[in-house]
Design a protein. Structure first.
Length: 171
């Protein structure tokens, strides 16, 4: 009995998947090089960045959106509250729930620390021309749309465009 024919898109999908994994690994390696010069843990930065762009979230929402363990998020939030970077408030829609947000000091610290670090990380990608990055964005947009991903889903990932950019998306 003959083996079934491979799916016509299998090889291209495998190459794309490998390239995306490699790109993500390279991006994370460069981000870690930049982060090594700070006091921040990677999970702290992800939490601070998400809250910078969204305003406030529950710890469960943070864990789900960032694909982090709930206990890790809880420890990081506790540490960041203690350091004065985050505030915890009662959710106005559910008085039993708590919402986490950046404090005024946390916003100022995040901006002061990560705006220059983000620029340093971008400098690590000087070898990649802007046109090539724009071409990748242009290529991925219709692919994501065909996969049923709404633009809001990936636009929310970048918020106002950059970690530590000058202003939050919601002002």
């Amino acid at each position: 009995m003959d083996a079934p024919a491979p799916h016509p898109k299998a090889e291209a999908f495998q190459r794309l998947s490998a390239q995306m994994k490699t790109f993500r690994r390279e991006l994370l390696a460069r981000a870690n090089e930049v982060l090594a010069s700070t006091e921040w843990a990677a999970s702290d930065v992800r939490i601070l960045d998400r809250l910078w762009h969204t305003g406030s979230m529950s710890q469960s929402e943070l864990a789900n959106e960032l694909s982090l363990d709930q206990a890790m998020v809880s420890r990081a939030v506790h540490r960041l509250v203690k350091a004065g970077h985050l505030e915890v408030e009662i959710d106005p829609n559910d008085r039993r729930a708590r919402r986490v947000s950046l404090s005024t000091a946390g916003r100022a610290s995040f901006k002061a620390t990560f705006e220059p670090l983000f620029v340093r990380m971008l400098d690590r990608f000087d070898a990649v021309p802007l046109e090539e990055l724009e071409a990748l964005v242009a290529a991925f947009t219709p692919v994501l749309q065909r996969l049923g991903v709404a633009p809001e889903q990936y636009e929310r990932e970048c918020g106002d465009g950059a970690v530590g950019s000058a202003e939050r998306a919601d002002g």
